[in-house]
Design a protein around this ligand. Structure first.
Ligand code: CUA
Length: 226
């Protein structure tokens, strides 16, 4: 979860988010190198007064400054493509969770286990417990086992919503009439917070997502007590 002054990415809780952070840092490094080089060149232009009266063309330098940026772009494009396909890969999930977006709450279905289903509403500020997180806690949390592949099916019942958990690197649109799929692997226990991130109406800001990541035997206990 993000707290005060955390302007960067949240700590990763899944292998895919770890890869996303690596890629972000890689792209940012290239960006900084280009900015410094171009900034230096532009700054230095102020301090020279060379004039070349016969300058009409420069075939060689044109070749260099066309091909070089193209090669640099490849160093961003290829890792980006690798990550794109990694994110789309489904690795034999052991649990499937269906999440349906409504105006303005999420409902969940565990279709593998006796069709457990429930709604998940944000807790209003006036009903919040002292240790609760304002605008982020919900009445019914999703419980999921850690260290297992989990498949998420996302859809919506009215308008487009988006099921987004920053720490897990998951962001899937829920679209009426469609069923979108993604998967993730939570590698530590804890609470993971997310929010709808598709502008879906007046209370768009008030349909958060909470995942309770627990060891597998706790998950089995929870699922059999429902
Ligand atoms: Cu649902 Cu924004």
């Amino acid at each position: 979860m993000s707290t005060w002054a955390n302007l960067g990415l949240q700590d990763s809780a899944s292998p895919l988010m770890e890869q996303l952070i690596f890629f972000h840092d890689h792209a940012l490094l290239i960006l900084v190198m280009i900015t410094v080089l171009v900034g230096y060149l532009m700054f230095m232009l102020f301090f020279n007064n060379y004039v070349n009266r016969f300058l009409l063309h420069g075939q060689l330098i044109e070749m260099i400054w066309t091909i070089l940026p193209a090669i640099i772009l490849l160093f961003i494009a290829l890792p980006s493509l690798r990550l794109l396909y990694l994110l789309d890969e489904i690795n034999e999930p052991s649990v499937t969770l269906k999440s349906i977006g409504h105006q303005w709450y999420w409902s969940y279905e565990y279709s593998d286990f006796n069709n457990i289903e429930f709604d998940s509403y944000m807790i209003p500020t006036n009903e919040l417990a002292n240790d609760g997180f304002r605008l982020l806690d919900v009445d019914n949390r999703i419980v999921l086992p850690m260290n297992s592949q989990i498949r998420i099916l996302v859809t919506a019942a009215d308008v487009i919503h988006s099921w987004t958990i920053p720490a897990l690197g998951v962001k899937v649109d829920g679209t009426p009439g469609r069923l979108n799929q993604t998967n993730f692997f939570i590698n530590r226990p804890g609470l993971f917070y997310g929010q709808c991130s598709e502008i879906c109406g007046a209370n768009h800001s008030f349909m958060p997502i909470v995942i309770e990541s627990v060891p597998v035997n706790y998950f089995i206990k929870w699922i059999s007590s429902n």
